[in-house]
Design a protein around this ligand. Structure first.
Ligand code: IMP
Length: 191
């Protein structure tokens, strides 16, 4: 399916809202099985993971015996307004609560070169959590620069710049209920 967003750019649906919901449900079941009745602190990374964490945490709440996580947030900036990673990660907002001694689950929208997640995992690990795992909705494994461990992956994204379901291009497209490939006026995927 193709959708014309503006005369300058096009988007092409990659994952429908239904495919995303199914992936979130699979992730929730795997997380629930691993944590059972354990305390769980979810640290979601703003702004991209806002819809993932919203749907994932509510999916967990409906699973019998699943964890009832508490939610905290961090915000980082790694891309500025570009589609390519600058490699620089800047912490814009830290967690509100200490993670020391907690079972921490990072919830991210997408992992591409891995530098953002590598920074976040290192920072949180240095704060002595009881355990640290990572759940990511979309994995783009094609251009990894940092060796990062992903414990729960929703879907493997194509090697393209995608938008929607929290993911933006210059702050646009975040609120789309699906994930789409962003195609620039040149006809190329914004990568
Ligand atoms: P990484 O450091 O290259 O792994 O990128 C991580 C961050 O870059 C994500 O949390 C997103 O905010 C952003 N990002 C990476 N790939 C995409 C994409 O295809 N679309 C939108 N944002 C992306």
């Amino acid at each position: 399916m193709q959708t014309r967003e503006s005369s300058a750019e096009r988007i092409e649906v990659v994952f429908t809202a239904e495919a995303i919901a199914a992936a979130i449900d699979r992730m929730a079941r795997a997380i629930a099985a691993d944590y059972a009745e354990a305390d769980l602190r979810i640290v979601a990374i703003l702004k991209g993971a806002m819809f993932v964490v919203s749907d994932l945490s509510r999916a967990l709440a409906t699973l019998p015996g699943g964890p009832r996580p508490t939610l905290d947030f961090m915000a980082v900036s790694s891309y500025g307004n570009d589609t390519r990673s600058s490699g620089e990660v800047r912490l814009l907002k830290d967690t509100s609560e200490s993670v020391e001694g907690c079972n921490v689950l990072i919830v991210e929208d997408i992992v591409d070169n891995g530098l953002t997640l590598h920074y976040l995992q290192g920072l949180l690990r240095s704060r002595a959590p009881k355990s640290l795992k990572t759940a990511v909705l979309l994995d783009k494994p094609y251009r990894r620069l940092a060796d990062v461990r992903l414990d729960y992956v929703g879907l493997v994204a194509p090697d393209a710049f995608v938008v929607g379901y929290g993911l933006d291009y210059q702050e646009r497209y975040r609120t789309l209920p699906f994930v789409a490939n962003l195609i620039l006026p040149s006809g190329e995927s914004a990568r």
